[in-house]
Design a protein around this ligand. Structure first.
Ligand code: NZQ
Ligand code: ZN
Length: 390
């Protein structure tokens, strides 16, 4: 196990009545607030009206940026940064899923740069240490953006989708009310849930000797939570316990608590971001199509035991098999979960994606080198995995 530092300064209000604390939390930063939201779900489910009325009661002046796209565009971020500069915004309030929160993080960072252009920050790859304060209201259990230091921004002109990271991007405060996710359609619930599952699997679970038992057990608990509660949330969208378990799992998966001292991989994420950069697909769905194929591709004598452990501890695969057979059963269980239980379409062909751009996407995913992790993947490996997804 490696040495590590754990430091997550995000204050989380979790539960039903917590939103009443919103005014006092915003006011510690100032009275001019930029409310950032997406395509209108918060207007339909009443969250927007609640925010407006709380702001009014505390004499908070709300400015608005709406229409944040799933896979948020750099141009939308730049619009928000321009509002911050013009109006002297004190604090940004994001209300939505990962796309909205990521857009708000980009705005928070770009607003403090001279030209207000987020793409310059994203493509420069610098760690952001200066940003406006951000308060997040989460409506979709998925990305972990509500508690992490990352924003993923898309530039559709250049087919690039890249992470912007920095300690200054961690929200100062997050509100997590499971009821806010009651209105999520089953498809988004499934995609978000598989994103949570994959964050654990892809980032930490296969870290080999670098991890330690407590963390492995916690990682498995988060993945088991997703496997148990997602079908219930899909069938009963207003099941509070199901929504609460998924929401906290979303935050736990990426708030670095599971990350103590492990070696990071993120093969599926590197491969998926190319799919959404080129084809604008839903992130969690791309991950679900890739994950079982990736596991099959990397399966060998060395990887069979950890893959089989996943099967035994998360999917209840029988315990008496040879590692290779156990790993194969595990991969079958992952596929069954993605395409049976979650009901997601199983191939890239189903999403109207063919092999024409695989070579360019694979090269970009490897950024001129290879993707590290339990097995290093070269561009040629990545291209083969994409082919397996057709
Ligand atoms: O835009 P609105 O109208 O709000 O509708 C959204 C959107 O259409 C809808 N939605 C969200 N909450 C809802 C709701 N509909 C009804 N009721 C609710 N309560 O769901 C759709 C998808 O929303 P989006 O925010 O795009 O989904 P998600 O939370 O999965 O975010 C995905 C984005 O986050 C990035 C992804 O790549 C993608 O761009 N990621 C961010 C990460 C991070 N910051 O650390 C890590 C992840 O790996 C990921 O890459
Ligand atoms: Zn993800």
């Amino acid at each position: 196990m490696n040495d590590f530092i754990f430091h997550n300064p995000d204050k989380v209000y979790f539960g039903k009545g917590q939103i009443n604390n919103l005014p006092q939390e915003l006011l510690q930063f100032g009275k001019k607030v930029l409310l950032v939201y997406g395509g209108g779900s918060i207007k339909k489910n009443g969250i927007y009206d609640g925010i407006v009325s709380l702001a009014k009661s505390a004499d908070i002046k709300l400015f608005e940026l709406s229409g944040v796209e799933p896979n948020p565009r750099h141009s939308t971020v730049n619009k928000g940064a321009a509002i911050c500069k013009a109006e002297g915004i004190d604090v940004i309030l994001a209300a939505g899923g990962g796309s909205t929160i990521d857009c708000a993080k980009g705005i928070a960072a770009a607003a403090l740069t001279e030209n207000g252009d987020v793409w310059q920050l994203v493509s420069g790859g610098a760690w952001v240490t200066k940003a406006l304060p951000l308060v997040a209201i989460l409506t979709n259990a998925a990305t972990g953006s509500e508690m992490d230091a990352w924003a993923v921004i898309s530039n559709m002109d250049t087919n690039e989708k890249i992470g912007l990271g920095g300690s200054a991007l961690i929200p100062k405060v997050a509100f997590e009310n499971p009821e806010y996710s009651f209105s999520l359609p089953a498809y988004q619930t499934a995609c978000g849930a598989f994103d949570i599952f994959n964050h654990v699997l892809d980032n930490y679970y296969f870290a080999g000797n670098a991890t330690f038992d407590l963390l492995l057990e916690m990682q498995e608990a988060v993945m088991r939570t997703v496997v148990k509660w997602t079908p219930i949330a899909m069938k009963e969208p207003q099941n509070y316990e199901a929504r609460a378990n998924l929401m906290w799992a979303s935050s736990m998966a990426l708030n670095t608590i599971l990350d103590g001292g492990t070696v990071h991989g993120c093969a599926c994420h590197m491969m998926e971001h190319e799919l959404s950069a080129y084809y604008d697909i839903t992130h969690g769905h791309g991950l679900a199509i890739l994950t079982p194929r990736w596991l099959s591709y990397i399966l060998d004598e060395e990887t069979a035991p950890p893959i089989y452990r996943l099967g035994k501890t998360v999917f209840g695969v029988e315990c008496s098999l040879e590692p290779k057979d156990g790993a194969e059963k595990t991969i079958e269980a992952v596929s069954k979960f993605c395409f049976g239980t979650l009901g997601l379409k199983s191939t890239l062909t189903d999403l109207q994606i063919d092999n024409r751009r695989f070579k360019a996407m694979a090269e970009h995913a490897c950024m001129g080198g290879a993707i590290s992790g339990i097995k290093c993947l070269t561009a040629s490996d990545v291209e083969k995995i994409y082919e397996m997804c057709l």
